[in-house]
Ligand binder design. Structure first.
Ligand code: IPE
Ligand code: IPE
Ligand code: MG
Length: 239
């Protein structure tokens, strides 16, 4: 199995990192970096859709990010509502379908309502899926999936003999989405930080030192070109 040369990755995932350093470099507060990062997300999502990407997953807030100072967490959590017109309206107008992956029980009711509203409003959009991973962590996702599978088995709705990878995949928050083809991390860190570990099993990895708010559409397109030069083998033999 390999992909055709020059193929656009079906599913791109981005660990959008470096907002804090971007702000610090400019003598700004960290939350201003997060705001610039969110606006950049809009531009990259529109570019990805133009390039023919079908699913774009972005890491917006991890299960570990709650450890940050309360003020920063509060500012981050306020962003989705603050950016209604400049972010969500633009994505909606571009026929992008928005969905959220992650825990919802620790979010404020207003945030949860906004998320549900955006999902419902854009459900039928077919241009691209923007999967925003919020209070998301792969380990938490695996635990959640394991519990739901165990419960289904106890309730005799599922037999362990027939449990397979497809069933396991559909118990994840990313249910229904394809595996990640290309995973980008900005800001120079070279780690996955608990992001889509199962879904990225065979993803091509791309690390750049550019800080997220500076990762402009031109750089995104350049990264896609790098992907197109990769040889994917999926454990097989090629060439
Ligand atoms: C990424 O930027 C955004 C989130 C984690 C919410 P950071 O806030 O991690 O930026 P740095 O890594 O401190 O520069
Ligand atoms: C990963 O970035 C989480 C998001 C981008 C939302 P972090 O900045 O939190 O990751 P670490 O702590 O550097 O690994
Ligand atoms: Mg960071």
């Amino acid at each position: 199995m390999s992909h055709a040369p020059n193929a656009v990755p079906n599913h791109v995932a981005i660990i959008l990192d470096g907002n804090g350093r971007w702000a610090k470099k400019r003598g700004l507060e960290r939350h201003e970096g997060h705001r610039a990062g969110a606006l950049n997300l809009r531009d990259i999502a529109l570019t990805a859709a133009d390039c023919g990407v079908n699913v774009l997953s972005v890491f917006a807030f991890s299960t570990e990010n709650w450890q940050r100072p309360k003020e920063e967490v509060d500012r981050l959590m306020a962003l989705p509502a603050e950016l209604d017109e400049v972010l969500w309206d633009k994505l909606e107008a571009a026929q992008i379908s928005i969905r959220f992956s992650g825990r919802r029980d620790r979010l404020k009711p207003d945030t949860r309502d906004l998320m549900a509203e955006l999902e419902a409003k854009t459900f039928t959009h077919t241009r691209m899926v923007l999967n925003v991973c919020l209070d998301y962590g792969s380990k938490d996702e695996r635990l959640h999936a394991t519990k739901s599978i165990a419960q289904a088995a106890l309730d005799k709705k599922l037999s362990l003999e027939t449990l397979d990878i497809t069933t396991l995949s559909s118990a994840l928050y990313t249910q229904g989405l394809p595996d990640v083809d290309f995973l980008i991390r900005t800001s120079g860190e070279q780690r996955l930080s608990n992001f889509l570990l199962f879904q990225s099993a065979y993803a091509e990895l791309y690390f750049t030192r550019v800080l997220w708010p500076d990762f402009k559409p031109k750089r995104f397109k350049r990264a896609l070109k790098v992907y197109q030069k990769r040889t994917r083998k999926f454990g097989g033999v090629k060439g």
